[in-house]
Design a protein around this ligand. Structure first.
Ligand SMILES: [Zn+2]
Length: 161
């Protein structure tokens, strides 16, 4: 990796998920590649959820933050295949989610393991496993809403996809 590409990747650490501002695009695993293409700086990303409105904000933020740092000729390219899954979330991203009060996806995107694990989610606040699912959809379609029966706080679960 040359110095410019490293610099660009450092700058892109400032770009976060508008819905979960503790997660950078690198934490999310959506930042695929940074490189040069015929004199233009090309940033390749894979969107998380199709139709997720946050993705447009992220594309815009990538171009804006690079422009602020002197990179004028920037192309943000979207790569749809292979499709993003929650397996691409980084370890540090999962820890940040938990500290933010959202339970990170447990297991892999394998639906069978999801169903088993999701039956015994641990409350991110008090660590109780006496929790129940309230709704399949939390604040966004990417999350399910749970409630802790011990501390009585609701919390989001970042669903596996
Ligand atoms: Zn609790």
């Amino acid at each position: 990796m040359n110095a410019t590409i490293k610099n660009v990747r450092d700058i892109l650490e400032q770009v976060v998920d508008p819905e979960i501002p503790v997660l950078t695009i690198a934490d999310l695993g959506i930042l695929q590649d940074v490189g040069w293409n015929e004199g233009r700086l090309q940033v390749v990303i894979t969107p998380t959820y199709s139709g997720c409105p946050a993705m447009h904000a992220i594309e815009h933020d990538i171009a804006a933050v690079l422009r602020e740092n002197g990179y004028e000729n920037v192309e943000v390219k979207t790569q749809l295949s292979p499709a993003w899954t929650t397996d691409w979330l980084s370890e540090s991203g999962r820890e940040k989610l938990l500290q933010y009060g959202i339970v990170p996806p447990l297991g892999s995107a394998d639906k069978q393991s999801l169903r088993i694990v999701a039956a015994s989610l641990e409350c991110p606040r008090c660590r109780s496993d006496n929790t129940e699912k309230i709704s399949e959809f939390g604040s966004t379609p990417c999350k399910a809403l749970y409630k802790c029966n011990d501390c009585l706080e609701p919390f989001d679960y970042f669903k596996c996809i």
